[in-house]
Design a protein around this ligand. Sequence first.
Ligand SMILES: [Zn+2]
Length: 73
Amino acid sequence: MTDCPECAARQVQVEMKFDPNTKHFICKKCGLYATREQVSDIKYRLNRRERTREDKHDEYRDWWQSSKKEKQG
Ligand SMILES: [Zn+2]
């Protein structure tokens, strides 16, 4: 059972259909068409993107807190 990583990124759980002839997974919702390797690659990239976004958020918060400290003296 493989969930579509593109739809999972949009908080939608969609089970992909496997085509044994082409050895590709197909998502009926977003139209993603990928091999098992490509699906796990997309999952990996999306996970990394989520983490990067969180890192940026932390950087912003650090910057904001340090700038507040400067203003307070
Ligand atoms: Zn999808």
